[in-house]
Design a protein around this ligand. Sequence first.
Ligand SMILES: NC(=O)c1ccc[n+]([C@@H]2O[C@H](COP(=O)([O-])OP(=O)(O)OC[C@H]3O[C@@H](n4cnc5c(N)ncnc54)[C@H](OP(=O)(O)O)[C@@H]3O)[C@@H](O)[C@H]2O)c1
Length: 346
Amino acid sequence: MEIEQRTNAGARLVPGEGAAGAATMRAAVQHRYGPPSVLAVSQVGRPEPGPGDVLVRVGAAAVHPGDYFVMTGEPFLLRLAFGLRRPRHGIPGRDLAGVVAAVGKDVTAFRVGDQVFGWSTAGSLAEYACVPADTLVSVPANLSVVDAAAVPTSALAALQALRRIANVQPGQAVLVTGASGGVGSFAVQIAQAFGAEVTGVCSTRNVDLVRSLGADHVVDYTTTDFTRTEKRYDVILDNVEAQPLAAVRRALTPTGVLIPNSGRGGRWLGPLGRIVTARVLSGVTRQHLKPFVSVEKRQDLLTLADLLTSGQVRSVIDRTYPLDEAADALRYVGAGHTRGKVVITI
Ligand SMILES: NC(=O)c1ccc[n+]([C@@H]2O[C@H](COP(=O)([O-])OP(=O)(O)OC[C@H]3O[C@@H](n4cnc5c(N)ncnc54)[C@H](OP(=O)(O)O)[C@@H]3O)[C@@H](O)[C@H]2O)c1
């Protein structure tokens, strides 16, 4: 089956050799929704930057549960956004870091050779990606491309949940479930940077990791159920949703903020049922139940770059995979036991 798609820059992406003389690149490509085996690395046309775009030579691209959901096309609800019958963008992945290879005529913020990181809405598991300049930020000098690629989606979700949604204040008690995962590992550090008293929930094998990220307290969920202790939290960022909302609310102060943040759920609607329940419950309790969807804001990426530069936040890299093993990387992420982030090097 032929893939023909338009990148966010409007560049044409064609299979195989493309037009005579047209530049090509290697990319992980999927022609249909399905398990990781639908991914194959092949040669496709290299996108060309539009006036406001940057062509990035991708050095590293991180993958996260959202990329797994989009690859499988489940929950089916997401096909409304990503393509009903097959993925609109045949190249998976979103987060990237690399070197500027070319810039569009209107781009003044970056020059060829600059190291950048950010999002590509047209796929990042490829040698090149065209990205609007206003969704990129310079890689801090103290960061590798692998560390930088790990940041955009997960750290942004953590930052926006804690700052925009929960408005975390110094001294507040904040609990993070999935504290060893992509979002959680950043959330523990960001909450700590905001001056909160942070509790991370994780499994036994990850207790030392979560403590090393700055958690004041660690709850090992294999021995302790945080919803059944006396402790009450001002903010709970629930990245796992292993317990029902009613149980988690027991651990919340009477006016606390609970952010249900798991993308998992049924095959059709995913987390939608829980989101609706949370919204309805919010209307009848003084507790604030606030499911949210992160928004790709460059200003927030700049805030994260500052936190990374100052050393208050660091990326935790679980595994790296070469592009040829992109399917294995997504299989691993889909299993749900990631420690920090999984990054594909290109
Ligand atoms: N709202 C948004 O816009 C937004 C943005 C990004 C991500 N998300 C969602 O956020 C969720 C988390 O993403 P992620 O990238 O952090 O996932 P992840 O990297 O797969 O992390 C999951 C982590 O949770 C741990 N875990 C499993 N069961 C647990 C339990 N009962 N209690 C505590 N920890 C447990 C896992 O380790 P062990 O299994 O070893 O314990 C793993 O480290 C996903 O569902 C994703 O879709 C939402």
